[in-house]
Design a protein around this ligand. Structure first.
Ligand code: AMP
Ligand code: MN
Ligand code: MN
Ligand code: MN
Length: 276
């Protein structure tokens, strides 16, 4: 039997639609054999998912997706196979969580100036104690008919340079990689093709990431085109980074992204799970 890996997805602990146990259940239905849950800046879903994984015969890998800042740019770094009890990691996450709450308040004030009231209360309620993200705001804007699609919410209000965008200084990239490494995990650059960086910025970024102890890069994601996979492969080989695969699944409502529905990892590359 072949092993199907999916090393990037979300639950209600951040902006996913399914409870952690239901993510596991769905992964099992989709034929995934090894799953990492990687919620934004939180480990709160991991215990429930780990328990459900035992019941569903899934090899569970504890993970996280950390929001980080390097040279005023935001990068998402996955921590795979982390120890969720590590004190450095836990302390780091705590800061991220207050940054997220502060940012949500500011986003809400900016939306208010655009005559969109009550969004803070709504997103906090929707997050149900989990990490609040811009996805919660886009859900609110959609539910209240201020926009007609999630994409429109980002294009009109929440995206970089739009009226309700709040620039945030997240965890320093170097610190975040240290937390992951100190917790015994592997630091992986999430969705490298989504940052819209020039080749020279990408070179500087990956050189630095490697220098500070980063070990992997996502080569296959849920929506990667063959060309994106090829380009990510080249980066992985050039910077001697192991290759990861992850759908970035958030919700069953998005028909384009499903747990385990991933292009195969090209053969001539070192898979990140060899480092676990
Ligand atoms: P945050 O980490 O709070 O900035 O929120 C980022 C999250 O918003 C991502 O993880 C996605 O779930 C979601 N997101 C970002 N851009 C878009 C977009 N253009 N359309 C739909 N969802 C998006
Ligand atoms: Mn998300
Ligand atoms: Mn991300
Ligand atoms: Mn993600």
């Amino acid at each position: 039997m072949t092993t199907l890996y999916d090393l990037h997805c979300h639950s209600t602990a951040s902006d996913g639609a399914l409870m952690p146990a239901d993510v596991i259940l769905r992964a099992s239905q989709m034929g995934v054999s090894s799953l990492a849950l990687t919620d934004h800046d939180t480990i709160n879903g991991l215990a429930e998912a780990a328990k459900a994984a035992i019941e569903n015969n899934i090899n569970f890998i504890p993970g996280i997706e950390l929001s980080t800042t390097w040279e005023n740019k935001c990068f998402h770094i996955l921590g795979l196979n982390i120890d969720p009890d590590n004190s450095d990691l836990v302390a780091g996450i705590k800061i991220q969580q207050s940054l997220r709450v502060e940012r949500a308040k500011k986003i809400s004030l900016k939306l208010e100036k655009k005559s969109i009231p009550n969004s803070y209360e709504a997103v906090i309620k929707a997050a149900k104690g989990g990490m609040v993200t811009r996805a919660h705001f886009s859900n609110y804007l959609l539910a209240q008919n201020y926009v007609s699609t999630q994409q429109q919410a980002f294009d009109r209000y929440l995206g970089k340079g739009k009226p309700a965008f709040v620039s945030t200084v997240w965890a320093d990239l170097h610190d975040a990689v240290n937390w992951i490494n100190q917790s015994g995990g592997v630091a992986v650059v999430a969705h490298p093709m989504r940052y819209k960086m020039t080749a020279s910025w990408m070179r500087r970024f990956l050189t630095f990431f490697k220098e500070i102890g980063g070990q992997g890069i996502e080569v296959v994601t849920g929506r990667s085109s063959p060309d994106e996979i090829r380009r990510s492969m080249i980066y992985a080989n050039q910077y001697d980074l192991a290759a990861s695969v992850g759908s970035d699944f958030h919700t069953p409502d998005n028909q384009w992204v499903e747990l385990g529905r991933l292009a195969p990892l090209p053969k001539n590359i070192k898979p990140v799970w060899e480092l676990f």
